[in-house]
Design a protein around this ligand. Structure first.
Ligand SMILES: Nc1ncnc2c1ncn2[C@@H]1O[C@H](COP(=O)(O)OP(=O)(O)OP(=O)(O)O)[C@@H](O)[C@H]1O
Ligand SMILES: [Mg+2]
Length: 426
């Protein structure tokens, strides 16, 4: 097959995106997106100083270096919400979030073109089992928005596949005998599950829908864990749960927004900054209010969220207490995060994630002991308290740690290859 008609798989993730393609008979290959890296943060930076647009690590680095401009992250979390059609001010005027998503997908196409030699026209995009929980209409709108953005980005044939099914097809390349597996994909924005029957003989069958026994998912992922930890550990330093002299609590909305990756930018609008200024009389301790104003005026929101995210990862990997460094906002300022804090503060969210895993097994008509293994993928599947909760809840079932960041794109590439075959034989 030449590269011209190669379909690609795009994993447009809440936190990271990846692209892969698969030639006939070969295994999927991830395309380099930023230097040699085959994943890139789903991030854009509109540089107001020289009026340029930056992507991925480059975008994040520019923001962290203090360049004047706007950082956009967690765009996928906006799909299905009314915010998609809202506009935001960047250097060359107002742009809608719908257009920002299209701009990002267009850039992915451009980067794929560098390797493939042609601009890819056929794409299978991943989608979570639910973009939006318990709201079929908004969930459909989310997929429609993503399709529209992909079309605006120059893709002509656009198909979707569930992310956990894609992850399953990737894992299948390494399965040596027929097995029933629970695929667990815990990403930045969603937790997705599928129970599938996998095996070397099954992998070659063109039609696989009867091997997908069930799917389930919840709109909870790593950015929600960051939000919770940010709210509990950092936001009190800016006045969350603080009181005025008469004992009334400071209105909490600003702290929820400032700790939610996809809402941070709204707080930098002049109106929001004015509203925050007016909170001054709600604080008994004016120093906390001054900190909040510094964070908004200096636009430190994403930086704090990044520090919290890094602390979450470090504490999980090292199973140790860590410090969330906030000295960029105020000399000597920091917050601690211990493994116990993390286990306690994430217990509710993790409980819902594990419940969704069980729901998937139930929908498949199985019990947990019927599973041959649980396959883990997605960055947040590495989170220690999550793995502890899963192990407790699925006692006796083997956990297999997979490719955390590339598996979904690889599986989407197999799906793209399969749809080309179907299209050409039809
Ligand atoms: N070692 C780790 N421990 C815990 N969490 C981690 C680790 N490494 C990365 N993460 C988290 O994984 C998340 C990103 O994972 P991933 O790239 O799989 O998500 P995504 O595909 O962008 O999101 P989604 O699939 O939900 O749209 C981030 O929230 C990040 O903080
Ligand atoms: Mg993902």
């Amino acid at each position: 097959m030449n590269a011209t008609n190669a379909g690609i798989g795009i994993d447009f993730g809440t936190s990271n995106s990846a692209i892969a393609w698969a030639i006939d008979g070969g295994i999927a290959e991830a395309l380099p997106l930023e230097g040699t890296a085959t994943t890139m943060p789903t991030a854009l930076f509109y540089n107001a100083e020289d009026r340029t647009t930056h992507f991925g690590r480059d975008a994040v680095a520019m923001y962290l270096a203090g360049v004047e401009g706007r950082l956009m992250r967690s765009l996928k979390s906006l799909l299905g919400s009314s915010l998609m059609q809202e506009t935001t001010a960047v250097y060359d005027g107002l742009i809608s979030f719908q257009d920002i998503v299209a701009r990002f997908l267009h850039e992915l196409g451009t980067r794929a073109e560098k390797t493939l030699g042609h601009r890819p026209e056929r794409v299978v995009l991943g989608r979570p089992v639910h973009f939006v929980d318990d709201d079929a209409k908004r969930d459909r709108q989310a997929e429609d928005s993503l399709r529209l953005a992909a079309r605006a980005a120059g893709f002509r044939e656009i198909a979707f596949q569930f992310e956990p099914i894609a992850a399953a097809f990737d894992y299948e390349q390494r399965v040596s005998k027929e097995s029933v597996i629970l695929i667990v994909d815990i990403g930045g924005g969603t937790s997705d599950f599928t129970v599938v029957r996998l095996g070397p003989e099954r992998a070659v069958r063109p039609e696989r829908s009867d091997d997908v026994l069930a799917t389930s998912g919840v709109h909870i992922g790593g950015t929600d864990f960051d939000q919770r930890l940010n709210l509990e550990r950092v936001m009190p330093l800016l006045g969350f749960r603080h009181h005025d002299a008469r004992g009334r609590e400071v209105p909490s909305k600003v702290f929820f927004e400032l700790s939610s990756w996809h809402l941070i930018n709204w707080l930098y609008a002049p109106k929001a900054v004015r509203q925050a200024q007016e909170l001054r009389t709600s604080y008994a301790d004016p120093r906390l209010h001054a900190r909040l104003m510094t964070v908004l005026e200096e636009r430190y929101g994403h930086r704090i969220a990044s520090e919290v995210e890094q602390a979450k990862i470090d504490s999980s990997v090292g199973n140790a207490a860590v410090t969330i460094d906030l000295s960029f906002a105020e000399a000597g300022l920091g917050a601690s995060l211990t493994p116990q804090d993390m286990a306690e503060q994430l217990a509710d969210a993790l409980g819902k994630v594990v419940a969704s895993a069980h729901e998937c097994v139930r929908r498949a008509g199985l019990r947990s002991h019927d599973l041959d293994a649980i396959y883990l993928t997605g960055g947040s599947s590495a989170l220690r308290p999550f793995q502890d909760a899963l192990r407790r809840s699925f006692a006796g079932v083997k956990l297999v740690e997979g490719d955390l960041f590339g598996g979904v794109a690889a599986g989407l590439a197999y799906a793209a290859r399969a749809t080309r075959k179907t299209a050409s034989t039809a």
